[in-house]
Design a protein around this ligand. Structure first.
Ligand SMILES: Cc1ncc(COP(=O)(O)O)c(C=O)c1O
Length: 442
């Protein structure tokens, strides 16, 4: 067979969150027990469960024969109308025609960037951020992703000066991506920041893609304004808001998400993009029907808010404990979370060194990890993560996998605080041991 793959382009398809699990599986075959999966952002895998009344809502849907058929390309009318009406109740103008469902938001992300790039337009991404956006966008562009900085020293808020500089430098940019609460940082964005992003969109004739997957998962007394609301109080600009049922029901296995388009009528290029996305989805036939059919009964049930508050309280308790503990570890710091179920810890400047390691007792695991860490281009936070896995059987995700500064992301999804205490005591001592393993001052 002649060459098929353009390797440079294929290398842009990165998703280290899953790639780490492959290394963990290999370590398991070598006899290294992996007992703490701090990388997993699936609430169900971490022991959370949807209550019976939500399961019953799905059973009701399953019993209806029409729900076994294809959904219309854009999604079921009743689900789209429910979402549009929910937004309208908050004073936001949204019609059901301006919503399209996809089979999980991952599918929506992929379809959007595939459609956007027909004309060579680019999106600029926050750094750090959930990597599916930059991976998919850069893959379709066939060029390296473009980032703007969000730094821990500024509570992970977007640096608007950096964003504007990059917009000026890259005239091919058509969209600014925002994600809040963000994955991996779990921080919300202030209205002031969002207004600043909106102003940049207007000044440079750009659109905004706002991934609001976690917007319902805000810790107690925390507020977060959606971008559609910010926009409706000011001048319009092309806006795509993304949402998903994966995290706030939570139902990641249901594979259902949707895109909301705002201001289509005011920009013909934007309307053309929306039509291309719909055409792209038509080619793919349609998206998952069952979750859409159950969605109004779930989100619209008076029990939903009570249930959600209980789920969030568990996440917040874990988050508070973990961030407080991580901030006692010399050499790292962690901005406390405000929602969602992640925390990002950053290594202080200069504490990570190429020669650092942890003792690995399993000889085969040691040999394997040493072969991986021999790569001189390996980011130093990945090196730490590899040693932690092989030496302690704990997986966390390096922040470089989110295009962030050296550090790591953990999830706050455990259901048992005792277990969390055990895992994070190990992580604390492993970090201290790792950082002390080469001669330097913290
Ligand atoms: C910010 C963000 N957007 C989108 C997704 C994808 O969600 P889905 O399960 O709907 O594909 C995730 C999943 O972790 C995410 O963190």
């Amino acid at each position: 067979m002649k060459t098929i793959i353009n390797r440079a382009r294929a290398a842009l398809l990165k998703y280290d969150i899953r790639a780490l699990a492959v290394i963990a599986d290999k370590l398991k075959t070598l006899g290294r027990d992996i007992w703490a999966w701090e990388n997993i952002g699936d609430p169900i895998k971490q022991g959370h469960q949807a209550p019976d009344w939500i399961k019953q809502a799905l059973i009701n849907v399953v019993k209806k024969n029409s729900n076994w058929g294809y959904s219309p390309t854009e999604g079921l009318d009743e689900a789209r109308e429910f979402i549009a009406a929910t937004e309208r109740q908050q004073g936001i103008r949204l019609a059901k025609q301006d919503i399209v469902f996809t089979s999980g938001l991952g599918h929506g992300i992929n379809t959007l960037y595939q459609s956007l790039l027909n004309g060579g337009g680019r999106a600029i991404h926050p750094s750090p951020a959930y990597p599916a956006h930059s991976s998919s966008e850069s893959f379709f562009a066939g060029a390296a992703p473009i980032f703007y900085a969000c730094r821990a020293t500024n509570n992970w808020q977007p640096n608007l000066n950096d964003l504007e500089e990059k917009i000026k430098k890259h005239p091919e940019i058509r969209f600014i991506l925002t994600i809040f609460p963000n994955n991996p940082t779990s921080v919300c964005y202030s209205d002031e920041i969002l207004k600043g992003i909106a102003a940049l969109a207007r000044r440079y004739d750009l659109g905004v893609i706002s991934d609001e997957t976690y917007i319902r998962l805000l810790y107690k007394n925390q507020t977060q304004t959606g971008l559609a609301k910010i926009m409706s109080a000011g001048q319009p600009f092309p806006l795509i808001v993304m949402k998903s049922t994966s995290k706030d029901i939570p139902w990641p296995g249901g594979r259902s998400g949707w895109l909301e388009f705002y201001n289509l009528g005011q920009d013909k290029n934007f309307a053309e993009l929306e039509e291309t996305i719909k055409q792209n989805l038509r080619v793919q036939v349609g998206s998952t029907t069952m979750v859409q059919a159950a969605l109004p009964a779930i989100y619209g049930d008076p029990r939903y808010q009570t249930y959600l508050a209980g789920f969030i309280a568990k996440l917040e308790k874990q988050s508070r404990y973990i961030s407080a503990l991580l901030n006692t570890v010399k050499g790292i710091y962690c901005v406390p979370g405000q929602g969602a179920f992640y925390l990002a810890a950053v290594f202080k400047d200069g504490v990570l060194r190429p020669g650092q390691s942890l003792p690995i007792t399993n000889a085969k695991a040691k040999e394997y990890i040493e072969s991986l860490t021999a790569d001189p281009n390996l980011p130093l936070d990945k090196r730490f993560a590899f040693y932690l896995m092989a030496a302690k059987g704990i997986i966390l995700t390096p922040l470089s996998s989110f295009e962030g500064p050296p550090g790591f992301r953990v999830t706050t999804l455990k259901t048992d605080l005792k277990e969390t205490k055990k895992v994070y005591a190990e992580i604390k001592s492993a970090i201290e041991q790792y950082l002390a393993s080469s001669i330097h001052k913290i």
